[in-house]
Design a protein around this ligand. Sequence first.
Ligand SMILES: [Ca+2]
Ligand SMILES: [Ca+2]
Length: 197
Amino acid sequence: MKRLFGFWTLLGVSLLLSKTGCGRPAPKAPELDPPAMAAKAIELYDSNGNKKIDGDEFTQTPGLEFARREIDEDKDKALSADEIQKRLEAWKASGITLTSAQIVCRVNGKQVKEGTLRLVPDPFLGENFLPAEGEFINGTCQPAAPNPGNYQALPLGFYSVELSSPQGNFEPGKMGVEIFDESRHFIKNRRYEIYED
Ligand SMILES: [Ca+2]
Ligand SMILES: [Ca+2]
């Protein structure tokens, strides 16, 4: 079975919305509607009808798969609408809905030096969440989502991670990440490790 190893570091904390833009419009985070979004996630991914995302259903939502252990409060290895809603409410409560992330990526143990990273928002977040992209420069990538002022702004989100680099690729839908500054991973280790089984 193919196994890819990804090692990530997200060093970005809060986006510095400096006033240097001389009238540049400030980027605005997409609105969060936790109950509606959580219901949408169940609608999209609960194919066996047990009102939870479980088992193989996670292959459709790599962002939720990435964060599953942290979101799964009752430890039943499944995500209910309530659990997803709580997580989205935690995003809101953090007061940080836009951020910037410095990402370091390794494929099969090799650090990605150049290439393109694309973060595709999970569709359950709605169409106001746009794909973010960035190029690796000196081994790090700072993906940004389109915004009127062209800031390096990245909304919190559950993303599918696509990587194209000389060191290797992450194919669409295989890898995921949750961008959330106050996750325990970020606070404790400032890094993410992503595996593909
Ligand atoms: Ca299910
Ligand atoms: Ca659960």
